[in-house]
Design a protein around this ligand. Structure first.
Ligand SMILES: *Cc1c(COP(=O)(O)O)cnc(C)c1O
Length: 401
């Protein structure tokens, strides 16, 4: 039966529950598993450590190699992403690391093309050279020129963290040619965007954000074809970056409400973003639902809705940003995003702190993650905090004479 995506979010990865005689997701916390004998146990080890699936009559051997609760979440996420398989990691950065290690190792190529802007952690990992990868950073239009014979991967985000720039995924995958493209789909989620349908080979999430949605899980996941998934599982087994089963349980539980949360948060974000346009303290509102933030018209085609993230540039720069983030009461001043509660943070000082000067976001930029609160309450909070931020300028103006 072909299910509507909302129904799939509720039912994916649960097909066998009735036959197991249970209704809720089983949570298996075993760190090790009984072996059926040395020979068969050894064969199971061999298969799992090289990225395969558990075999009939075999053993899951050890939780770094395979965990049934994690596998269930992976199966559900793969279906939502229109992918053959998915592989889950202990964090979003562990997922990015595994993709870089697996793809550079298997292709014996060491070069990566990265479309900026990117999440600060991803930018930092690529720029650091820590994994022995050489990175060329470029704009979406620069991909054709940046790709070389030894390019193993092209990396992009859309919407990109923190400015919410939209990248035309089809154009980048066309420019990349035979080189696999990784799309960080954290901001859009599979509710709004399916990178694999647009020619990407891998769709990655910091599951810590919208997939978790409640600010209590750290995790990462990559959706891709079966061949790449095996390479990622092998890398994960060797480096030890598997997701904890309790995280997988919470993430799988949260998938059921993901479409509803995403749409409700998106509606709230639209109301807040429109109100922000009217404020003199705000010089610019970045929101993919506004035409000036979406010059290529990608909302409604590539991505079905604008999402629930907003970035604003304050007319009075860093001081106003510092006062705004210190003055909010309903928003929490904290990094991360995608939770049911609203968050506010200053990317240049925090999430994008390690980014090289030429690619660092503006000091005037503040990023808002809109949660499920009533938008009127969020607006009232921003109203008082922006008024406090405007007061800073007046006081400074008086001081300066
Ligand atoms: C947070 C984030 C990451 C990193 O994920 P962690 O779970 O924090 O390791 C990667 N990409 C994007 C777009 C993010 O927002």
């Amino acid at each position: 039966m072909t299910l509507h995506p909302d129904s799939l979010a509720v039912h994916a990865g649960r097909d066998d529950l009735a036959s197991l005689g249970v209704h809720a997701l089983p949570l298996d916390l075993s760190s090790t598993n009984p072996l059926p004998g040395i020979e068969l146990g050894g064969m199971s080890y061999e298969v799992l450590a090289t990225g395969g699936h558990p075999s009939e009559g075999g053993s899951n051997v050890y939780a770094r190699l395979w965990n049934p609760t994690v596998a269930r979440f992976e199966e559900a996420l793969a279906r939502l992403e229109h992918a053959e398989e998915a592989v889950a990691f202990s964090s979003g950065m562990a997922a990015v690391t595994a993709v870089l290690l697996a793809l550079t190792h298997e292709s014996e190529k060491r070069h990566v093309v990265a479309v900026r802007p990117l999440y600060g952690g991803t930018d930092h990992l690529l720029a650091s050279g820590l994994l022995g990868v050489e990175t060329t950073f470029c704009s979406p239009d620069g991909v054709t020129d940046a790709v070389r014979d030894d390019t193993a991967l092209v990396v992009l985000e859309s919407p990109a963290n923190p400015t919410l720039e939209l990248v035309d995924i089809r154009r980048v995958t066309a420019a990349a040619g035979v080189v696999p493209v990784l799309v960080d789909n954290t901001f859009a989620t599979p509710v709004l965007q399916h990178p694999l349908d647009l020619g990407a080979s891998l769709s990655l999430h910091s599951a810590t954000k919208y997939l978790g949605g409640h600010g209590d899980v750290v995790g990462g996941v990559v959706a891709c074809d079966a061949r790449l998934a095996a390479a990622l599982r092998r890398t994960r087994a060797i480096t030890g970056a598997i997701m904890h089963p309790l995280a997988a349980y919470l993430l799988h539980r949260g998938l059921a409400t993901l479409p509803v949360r995403m749409r409700a948060q998106q509606e709230g974000a639209r109301v807040v973003a429109e109100w922000l346009l009217s404020r003199p303290e705000v010089a610019r509102v970045h929101f993919p639902g506004f035409s000036d933030s979406d010059p290529r018209g990608l909302i409604g085609t590539q991505q079905s809705g604008p999402g629930a993230m907003i970035a604003i540039e304050l007319a009075d720069g860093f001081d106003a940003a510092a006062t705004l983030t210190a003055s909010v009461q309903l928003f929490t001043h904290a990094v991360s995003l995608g939770s049911v509660d609203s968050l506010i943070q200053h990317p240049a000082a925090l999430t994008h702190r390690p980014v090289a000067a030429e690619a660092k976001p503006s000091d005037a930029l503040v990023r808002l993650s809109i949660g499920l609160e009533d938008p009127a309450d969020l607006i009232a909070d921003l109203d008082q905090a922006l008024t406090a931020a405007a007061g800073v300028r007046e006081r400074m103006g008086t001081a300066l004479g």
